[in-house]
Design a protein around this ligand. Structure first.
Ligand SMILES: [Zn+2]
Length: 335
């Protein structure tokens, strides 16, 4: 890493960041760490100072993380909302105590964004978020949180993350959640009249017509997935839930595929109104592709409903630098 790109906290003067953050850096309990930030986005000195303060707060928030049920993975977040305003959050899993039956949790980014909305209103300009986790090197947000940041953050919001080794790096959200269909192309487009591709479309259409989608309707209700594995094609419908506990077509279909104990997935078709999978489905696909060591090789066909256009991409292109088992120091590969 070029030395010029490394900025240590000690190089920044209080005078630099006080004008943008006010007294927030003086709040009790916020530790000061010598973050080594890779300034790959060429942030100004003020922006770097802001990033350092967000990392201080994010690291502090890790003390409040509650992850007793499954992961033991503590994450803290802090989001900068402009005019010296910061909101913070940490992750929390459900099911502590003798009845550890649940497998649910809220992520630190979700808590921080909700806190920002509660305290600073919908008009708060969320322009940068800091993350601190138990991963040795800086980890990224999961797919679902990337969608959340896209919803409430400024366009090209900056994510800055630090690992336990004190190294930190940064990305623009648009790098982590690409939304330009053409930029996702990694293979030549499939021939839409090919028999194999037609089988995927036929299965997806059957699932589309039987889905239980009274709430998501055209937004997600029209989103279906079909997966080819072991020489067969699988596609199960989406199930909505009034309480947002719905099951996406991709999630249901992956369960069906697992019943057949495949050694790898042949290809995946995802068809929706926008042509783009949700952040949650991108995360799920990335994790499953990790199982089969196919994050860079699995062909994922993205189809925009009502068109003949199909893009051929990969799980790693849909979720660049994906949050996966490696962040928790796990290797779940089946191959
Ligand atoms: Zn997340």
């Amino acid at each position: 890493m070029p030395q010029a790109q490394i900025v240590a906290r000690s190089a920044l003067t209080n005078a630099t960041f006080r004008p943008i953050l006010g007294d927030v850096t003086q709040q009790a309990g916020v530790a000061v760490h010598p973050w080594r930030i890779e300034n790959r986005l060429h942030l100004s000195e003020e922006e770097l100072a802001c990033a350092c303060v967000l990392l201080d707060h994010a690291r502090h928030q890790q003390f409040f993380a509650a992850s007793p049920c499954r992961s033991q993975f503590k994450v803290g977040s802090s989001v900068y909302c402009g005019q010296g305003r910061i909101a913070r959050g940490s992750n929390a899993e459900y099911g502590a105590g003798p009845r550890r039956a649940y497998d649910e949790g809220v992520h630190s980014e979700e808590v921080a964004i909700v806190n920002a909305l509660n305290h600073h209103g919908r008009d708060a300009l969320m322009e940068m978020i800091g993350l601190a986790s138990d991963a040795v090197t800086p980890s990224t947000s999961c797919g679902k949180c990337r969608s959340l940041l896209e919803t409430y953050g400024k366009p090209d919001m900056i994510i800055v993350s630090v690992g336990t080794d004190l190294s930190a790096t940064m990305w623009k959200l648009s790098e982590l959640l690409p939304t330009e269909l053409t930029s996702l192309s990694r293979f030549p487009a499939p021939e839409i009249h090919d028999e194999h591709v037609q089988a995927l479309f036929a299965a997806a259409e059957r699932a589309r017509h039987v889905g239980f989608v009274p709430f998501s309707k055209q937004s997600l209700g029209g989103s279906v997935a079909a997966i080819a594995a072991k020489g067969s094609v699988f596609s199960l419908p989406r199930i909505d839930s009034l309480a947002f506990y719905g099951t996406s077509s991709l999630r249901a279909t992956l369960s069906a595929v697992l019943l057949h104990n495949p050694r790898k997935l042949e290809c995946v078709l995802m068809s929706s109104q926008s042509g783009l999978p949700t952040g949650e489905d991108r995360q799920l696909l990335f994790e499953f592709a990790s199982l089969f060591e196919q994050v860079d090789t699995l062909r994922v066909y993205l189809h925009k409903e009502g068109t003949q256009s199909v893009i051929a991409t990969t799980p790693s292109a849909l979720l660049p630098l994906g949050f996966g088992p490696h962040d928790l120091d796990m290797n779940l590969a089946r191959t």
